[in-house]
Design a protein around this ligand. Structure first.
Ligand code: LP5
Ligand code: MN
Length: 275
């Protein structure tokens, strides 16, 4: 099991799903990044930062405007505090070229974080949806190094078409799946915590933010689920993160500001003392 020591205040977010059709989500996320630079000692983005990632080359050679803006914001953050990127089921193809271009560090999750709030198992979370056999089969295929090597060797246009097809198939498959099937499996969670020697798990992916107490071999444990970010389509808007520091672990949600400060998204992620 990978381990990483991170001292001080660590913020963790996931499932922002940045893409060209979510400008308000991007704006709120950039507010979040600005505040992370002010208030955190390190930031971990724990998967599905991007709605789909088809290889570092397209991003670094000719990024579309939305992606160039996102890369600038991420680069500015990595210049200020350590920025760690873990992969999700949409952006598992993020690679070292992207990390290097951002000044960020790829984080090979699941990972045990040694923090001031104690040891924490951190994962994107899709690996724990073990009841979803079709997804786990898909995951095994697309995580295979040879499959990725072939995919990344394809022309960009073909990669875009395959990703669009996979997205369409996934949307269609999800409509036929019961919600419970697309959640984490309790036994998988217990096994993961037991193997990691942890009683705290932080993950995203399910878009079901919550703090779940559980009992693990007679000990109390907690499972924190990170919020997804959506400020463009659904109401009410949603976003949030986990804050880890010597005082413990807190699940924080984006708060809508009224009145909206000039030039801001209207969703001050965390009220500063002067707000
Ligand atoms: O992503 P989301 O939220 O819709 O649902 C996920 C699971 N689906 C996925 C698939 C992704 O959305 C696909 C987009 C990836 C883009 C980048 C990579 C492109 C290809 C890379 C090749 C190396 O993750 C969904 C879960 C759900 O979470 C809840 O946990 O249920 O799983 C599925 O829907 C899987 C389906 O059951 C089967 C999907 C078949 C897709 C066939 C694609 C063929 C092309 C693959 C090329 C190798
Ligand atoms: Mn996900």
């Amino acid at each position: 099991m990978n381990k990483l020591a991170l001292r001080g205040t660590v913020w963790v977010a996931s499932d922002i799903h940045l893409g060209e059709a979510v400008p308000r989500t991007a704006r709120a996320f950039y507010d979040f990044l600005e505040q992370a630079r002010d208030q955190a000692d390190a930031l971990i983005l724990c998967g599905d930062l991007f709605d789909a990632w088809i290889g570092d080359d397209h991003a670094l050679r000719t990024p579309p405007a939305w992606l160039a803006a996102a890369l600038d914001e991420l680069r500015a953050t990595a210049r200020t505090i350590p920025l760690l990127l873990a992969r999700g089921n949409r952006d598992f193809l993020m690679g070292p070229s992207l990390a290097d271009a951002l000044g960020a560090r790829l984080l090979d999750a699941p990972v045990v974080l040694d923090t001031d709030a104690g040891p924490i198992l951190l994962a994107h979370g899709d690996e724990y949806c073990t009841d979803d056999l079709a997804y786990q089969r898909f995951r095994r295929i697309v995580r295979a190094p040879r499959v990725q090597q072939i995919f990344l060797s394809l022309p960009l246009s073909l990669r875009r078409a395959i990703a669009a097809h996979a997205r369409a198939r996934s949307r269609q498959a999800r409509r036929a799946k019961p919600m419970a099937l697309m959640d984490v499996n309790a036994a998988a969670i217990e096994q993961a915590l037991r193997s990691a020697g942890c009683t705290t798990l932080v993950h995203g992916h399910t878009h079901r933010p919550a703090i779940h107490p559980l009992t693990l071999d007679g000990h109390t444990a907690q499972r924190y689920v990170l919020p997804d970010w959506e400020f463009d389509h659904d109401a009410p808007p949603r976003g949030g993160w986990i804050e880890i520091d010597p005082a413990g672990i807190r699940l924080e949600y984006a708060k809508t500001l009224d009145p909206v400060p000039e030039g801001a998204s209207g969703y001050r992620i965390k009220a500063r003392p002067q707000d």
